[in-house]
Design a protein around this ligand. Sequence first.
Ligand SMILES: Cc1cc2nc3c(=O)[nH]c(=O)nc-3n(C[C@H](O)[C@H](O)[C@H](O)COP(=O)(O)OP(=O)(O)OC[C@H]3O[C@@H](n4cnc5c(N)ncnc54)[C@H](O)[C@@H]3O)c2cc1C
Length: 372
Amino acid sequence: MYDVAIIGAGINGCSVSYELTQKNKNVVIFDMGGIASGGSGAAGAFIAPKFSKSGELKDLLHDAFVYSMEFYEKNFGHLLTKVPLLHIAHDEKDSAILRHYKQNTPLEMKTQPQELLESLEPQVKDKESIYMDAGVVNAKGMCEAMSRDAKFVKEKVTSLVYDEGVWIINDTYTAKDVVLATGAYEAVIKEPYIQIRGVWGHRIDVKTTTPNPYSIHQFLSISPSKDGVLALGATHNVHYHPQKNKEKYNLEEGRAELLEKASRTMNLENVEVINDYTGLRSGSFDYMPLLGSLVLSKETLATSMRKIRVKKPDFEEFLYYPNLYMINGNGGYGFVLAPYLAKILTKHILSGEKISERISPARFFARWAKKL
Ligand SMILES: Cc1cc2nc3c(=O)[nH]c(=O)nc-3n(C[C@H](O)[C@H](O)[C@H](O)COP(=O)(O)OP(=O)(O)OC[C@H]3O[C@@H](n4cnc5c(N)ncnc54)[C@H](O)[C@@H]3O)c2cc1C
């Protein structure tokens, strides 16, 4: 029997695997497509904060950014490239946000070097921007390295049954605890109050004779080039879902869109597409992540609606699936949030440390139940 079974080997599942195996837990991790075969394999995997005026998501991402940069550098320095990030406003509203951010952030802002300015398209040069130290990780390599001390099983989990204090997975494997890290793919446990939005993304590796040592974000993300190869990526397609749409995603159209978006920021010469990566990123409806135990909705509703309908319900009075946890909904910041959230979840699983109600999946149960 395993201590913990993790379903999903994206950056969330692999970060939890790392934390638990560091604590000598016996972990099995399942993925139907292989390690980093979902959204994580498609990601540009930039480590950057959220540039917005204020709000709890901005604060969470600030803390996660500072934590993750240090975490990756200390534990997986060979898979992290520390690189300056140039974030350029795409419209007037965005310019105002960036100005406000620069005036209020404790992070150090830098001055753009002349050679970077010269590499940009003329209409971009005088736009409001942020230039600061950030990072980019090797997405697949990081997931593989973080999960290397766990047993990996390439299998789709279709059955999850709790019997006499043990979870039985696909009628074969047993574990004391289960962590659901399935991203925007079909849920293994279906609860009506958990709704994950999947946004389809596409990243291409291109060969180009234009050198670029910077991370540049405007209408899409442009990675620093390695051996003449540059990655261009965006999660831009809200209409396509690989498990819902009948037709296949049109790679040619996706490539053309990415190249057009890149051309608005910088002119890339002699471009040849050499690889495509696609996947879903998952977001919640209030943009905050989902971390912690899942409420048993039917059972909780059957106890007392009076407790649920109050203005501020007490989450501790809800009934929860035993020894079952979720880590999901990281939006476009999976690689920034995952190490930080995995640390919190591991402390919760191993020593019962409380998880903030603002990221607990139970907040969605409370909202959903009130509307019934
Ligand atoms: C094009 C693109 C660019 C991005 N760029 C960045 C970026 O620069 N920086 C950043 O921080 N984030 C970025 N993101 C977002 C980031 O990729 C996601 O937030 C992150 O990958 C989510 O990780 P995850 O582990 O939750 O999900 P996933 O990586 O999708 O992992 C879920 C895994 O679960 C598996 N699975 C699902 N159901 C089952 C089942 N029943 N049985 C077995 N396996 C199952 C799937 O196969 C999948 O591998 C980007 C995303 C995309 C698509």
